[in-house]
Design a protein around this ligand. Structure first.
Ligand SMILES: NC(=O)c1ccc[n+]([C@@H]2O[C@H](COP(=O)([O-])OP(=O)(O)OC[C@H]3O[C@@H](n4cnc5c(N)ncnc54)[C@H](OP(=O)(O)O)[C@@H]3O)[C@@H](O)[C@H]2O)c1
Length: 426
């Protein structure tokens, strides 16, 4: 697994001399340190941190799986900074990580949450006092981090361009441009720009160009990435069909986006797909890798495009420990294949090969050298009201366990987030 030691440090000053995108960061530097706020003075003596008390067995997650601790705020060392965690996204893989064999062990916090925070004290080369940053953080309201740290286990190392742009060794760690803080609230930044919207943006770009009238099937439309993909395709004039789990969620897709939607649990789904796509599917956005993926693959056109980015069918499988048929575990994997990264089954892969379907599959951070391009495009759509966040915010560090459990019981639409501070970002 990659560690901080595997990465060579990059200096922020050096990065300002390179790529064109980096100069945007440089040009806005004078906006930083606004208002003369003494952020260091806002440091409390202790912080709240949730850890796993007992592992999640058979996917039955409850608040009893968590324990609250209140350690003293540690002293920062050279190369480190102390941040206040303002808001983080709950990841659909959290329950998996807390299960036996998962990366979050009893007594530990989950350090892989995409988080927006503010730097309170700094001896770090990139993160300065007062900066509002993106980082990976735990279930806690304060955190020591460093630009030197590499990404957590399971996350790919940043390529050289991403390192230079971020000035960190972590694709998920960077300073937000002040213009982004002026345009968007914390929950919008973390929903659209880190990373549901950016995943959707790069998915369409890499599978593109998307043409008006292209017939598109968007799995997981009630989820965070799918809700963004559907909106971006609509903005390009495509014909979009979404999916929901059950009649109520299917109706929600129709009402929210004004598109056709099918219940992926329907017994006659294959028939419905043939009727809905008489001329076949030109583009399929698949964050599911389950039975639905095979059903859609069957109606995809020759030379069409397949965005294979996620495995929600496995992540949301029933709590009895079984996985629905057709998910990667049941359908067989393709060791060594790039497509295997997101659980494409053998059957779907065969269809893709036979129909010469172009498949894209990557972690979005692998494309983050173009993050500013995505931020600019998506911001424009937000300002023009052609793209909106789909998210639910739970307030309070004390409610972190409740929110994580909610992810699997209430299944809120779009992205679920926990907010720990409502102070203005800028
Ligand atoms: N490649 C990348 O860089 C990248 C970036 C972001 C996310 N991801 C991955 O993408 C996946 C989805 O993430 P997300 O955050 O968008 O998910 P999410 O917000 O948790 O939503 C999950 C979605 O999956 C649907 N779903 C669940 N089980 C299903 C099944 N058996 N068949 C069809 N649909 C099913 C749900 O529909 P209902 O609730 O209506 O049933 C819901 O729309 C995850 O595996 C995540 O790790 C990858």
């Amino acid at each position: 697994m990659p560690t901080a030691k595997d990465n060579k440090g990059v200096s922020r000053r050096k990065l300002l001399r390179v790529a064109g995108t980096a100069s945007v960061v440089s040009g806005l530097a004078s906006f930083r340190r606004f208002g003369g706020v003494a952020w260091a003075a806002q440091t409390p003596k202790t912080y709240k941190r949730w850890v796993v008390s007992t592992p999640v067995v058979d996917r039955k997650i409850s608040e009893a799986n968590f324990k609250l601790t209140e350690p003293p705020i540690p002293q920062i060392k050279n190369g480190e900074c102390l941040i206040e965690n303002i808001l983080f996204n709950i990841h659909s893989a959290t329950r998996e990580r807390m299960s036996p064999g998962g990366i979050t062990k009893p007594g530990e916090t989950d350090n892989t949450n995409y988080t927006l925070g503010r730097v309170l004290q700094s001896k770090d080369r990139t993160f300065k006092e007062g900066d509002v940053i993106a980082c990976l953080a735990g279930w806690q309201d304060h955190q020591i981090i460093s630009a030197e740290y590499g990404p957590q286990p399971g996350y790919v190392l940043p390529n050289e361009m991403v390192k230079q742009l971020n000035g960190t060794n972590n694709p998920w760690g960077f300073v937000w441009r002040p213009v982004m803080l002026k345009m968007h609230a914390a929950d919008v930044l973390m929903d659209i720009f880190h990373s549901s919207g950016t995943t959707a943006y790069f998915g369409l770009r890499e599978c593109g160009p998307m043409r008006p009238g292209d017939r598109c099937a968007v799995a997981a439309t009630t989820g965070s990435v799918g809700a963004m993909v559907a909106q971006l395709l609509l903005a390009k004039g495509c014909h979009v069909v979404g999916f929901g789990g059950g009649p109520e969620r299917t109706q929600w897709v129709k009402d929210q986006f004004g598109i056709e939607a099918l219940d992926y649990r329907a017994k006659d789904l294959d028939d419905q797909l043939r009727k809905t796509f008489p001329k076949g599917v030109d583009f399929f956005s698949d964050g599911v890798a389950g039975d639905l993926s095979l059903s859609v693959a069957k109606v995809m056109n020759e030379d069409s495009r397949f965005f294979n980015y996620g495995t929600s069918a496995a992540l949301y499988a029933p709590t009895n420990g079984e996985r629905p048929s057709g998910t990667p575990a049941a359908a067989g994997q393709r060791p060594g294949s790039r497509r295997n990264m997101f659980g494409m089954s053998e059957d779907v892969a065969k269809i893709c090969d036979a129909k010469h379907i172009h498949v894209e599959s990557w972690q979005v951070n692998e494309l983050y050298q173009d993050r500013i391009e995505a931020e600019n495009y998506l911001s424009r759509l937000v300002i023009e009201k052609r793209l909106r966040p789909i998210n639910t915010v739970v307030d309070g560090v004390e409610n972190i366990p409740k929110a994580v459990v909610m992810q699997y019981t209430d299944n809120p639409y779009g992205k679920l987030q926990v907010r720990m501070s409502q102070k203005p970002l800028i």
